[in-house]
Write a protein that binds this ligand. Structure first.
Ligand SMILES: [Zn+2]
Length: 506
């Protein structure tokens, strides 16, 4: 196959979509030829209109990567690495991206973030092709209209691995997967040649923003501390979240609880998560309206949500931060054994997950109360997904899921398809013949089969029945994470805690 037209296509793509300067085209072409171990070149016409219409680079990069594999330049396992290497040749450098982002941001923050996100997709840093293979649905029948994604892009993480990583911090370079030093880095599992970050000052510190290559939702990204320091949540954290929404008023931003089992998968490096998404929890109404005499101008309520959420809104930034810090401090040391909440044993167990966004001229701060204590009965956490739901989700429930957007492990794509066959009776269900990876679903399959009745179902019905059960389990998992349940006993316990802050029912 003649490869020159493919080289030409990539160069034209970069001129059309990645701001490759005309003066850099010959230089970039020669670097690409060198990577392909070619020393001659013949220029070909390509379909310029079609290339201009592309929304991502898969079709221009793929032929070059395949050529490299077929000609022994790279081995099959280096495809992503090699694609990143070629894309990096035709992309703008980090300093140029920072300048362009800064110019746009001064005029309009949303335009700057839109541009950076689009550049990430066009440069193949954000893997839109792979993301679009994820299976997604809205759980319309659930009370909170949960959103569910089976994530086929990323392997499942074990909570115990995350906790171990916190204890055994590597001294290797880069220190972790979100350190600034990953920009351009390409070794092991980290293929980050085309990662471009932009600086943001939070609480007077140098942080940076980067989009997630496997975004869970529109413009999903992380704000990361410039230093490799562990996660923490205190008054300064809350202030930084407010600084972020002042920098980007159209995003929500949240910080995971800084303890294992109830937070994110990276606890070793301080970071926030956010993006352009109205989460299911954000749409939930008030369950109980509250007031505090000392802060009469802060609107407050317990949110009508599965877990324990306090919503505070106010236009006065300083007062809201001050009050939120009080909530954080009060919760950190609060115990109520009647509802299994013990703040500290040999380690600390209480933590908050704060999430901030702007709404009209107000700041809205949601504080999710979390506790990570374990018992013999619940070795992964009393307020973690209970063992009977681990077939669906065993990873810790971080802030994205706590707000109702579930990201389920990729293994489920194949397993759900298999369960659907039992429901349509295309395959006869026989519990003794379940394969080892399907054993964990036994109870769930039997519940679905019972609910589906004895008749044959068409595939579309089977799919709905399986999803209904998964939706129900996701709701149960969120209820598991609630430190104060929504029954009378839980409600009274929640109000008792709030009373320690001078909060009463309105
Ligand atoms: Zn780090």
């Amino acid at each position: 196959m003649l490869i020159y037209p493919s080289v030409e296509s990539l160069l034209y793509y970069a001129q059309a979509h990645l701001l490759l300067d005309d003066l850099d085209v010959i230089w970039a072409r020669n670097l690409i030829l060198d990577e392909l171990k070619l020393h001659d070149y013949v220029q070909y016409e390509v379909d310029y209109d079609a290339i201009e219409a592309l929304d991502r680079p898969d079709s221009v990069i793929e032929p070059l990567v395949s050529y490299a594999v077929e000609n022994g330049i790279i081995t099959e396992d280096k495809r992503e690495y090699f694609a990143g290497k070629l894309m990096n040749i035709v992309c703008k450098r980090p300093a140029e991206i920072t300048d362009m982002f800064g110019d746009l941001h001064r005029k309009n923050p949303q335009k700057a973030f839109d541009w950076l996100y689009d550049y990430g997709i066009k440069s193949d840093y954000i893997k839109l092709g792979k993301i679009s293979e994820n299976i997604k649905w809205e759980a319309k029948g659930t009370r909170g209209k949960l959103e569910i994604t089976v994530n086929t892009c990323r392997p499942e993480k074990d909570n115990r691995e995350t906790a171990a990583a916190l204890k055994n911090q590597k001294s290797e370079y880069p220190a972790c997967s979100i350190c600034k030093e990953n920009e351009g880095y390409a070794y092991g599992g980290q293929i980050r040649q085309t990662l471009r970050t932009v600086p943001v000052t939070l609480g007077g510190e140098e942080w940076f923003w980067q989009f997630s290559p496997y975004a869970y939702f529109n413009q999903h990204g992380i704000a990361v501390n410039g230093e490799h320091v562990p996660m923490k949540v205190d008054a300064s954290t809350i202030e930084k979240l407010f600084d972020f929404v002042d920098f980007m008023p159209n995003y929500f931003i949240g910080c995971n609880a800084a303890l294992p089992r109830i937070g994110g998968s990276v606890l070793t490096h301080d970071h926030f998560q956010g993006g352009a998404k109205v989460m299911p929890m954000h749409k939930a109404p008030a369950r109980i309206k509250l007031k505090n005499k000392e802060y009469p101008y802060i609107d407050m309520c317990i949110v009508d949500w599965y877990n324990s959420v306090l919503r505070l809104s106010c236009s006065n930034r300083e007062k809201l931060i001050e009050f939120a810090a009080k909530v954080n401090d009060a919760w950190a040391s609060y115990s109520d054994e009647s509802v299994d909440i013990i703040a500290e044993t040999s380690e600390k167990h209480n933590a908050i997950t704060p999430i901030v966004r702007r709404a009209d001229d107000k700041y809205v701060l949601e504080i999710i109360l979390r506790n990570n204590r374990t018992t013999k009965e619940y070795p992964d956490g009393i307020f973690h997904a209970h063992p009977e739901y681990h077939n669906i989700k065993s990873e810790s429930i971080g802030l994205i899921e706590a707000m109702g957007l579930f990201v389920l492990p990729g293994r489920l794509a194949k397993q759900i398809a298999e369960i659907e066959k039992y429901v349509t009776k295309e395959e006869k269900y026989n519990e003794s013949k379940l394969s080892p990876d399907m054993q964990c679903h036994k109870a769930m399959i039997e519940r679905i089969l019972k609910a589906s009745g004895s008749g044959k179902l068409v595939p579309a019905e089977a799919k709905l029945n399986v999803r209904d059960e998964i939706n129900r389990i996701c709701e149960e998992i969120l209820v598991n994470t609630a430190v104060f349940k929504s029954d009378e006993k839980g409600k009274a316990a929640f109000m008792k805690f709030l009373a320690t802050l001078g909060i009463e029912e309105k």
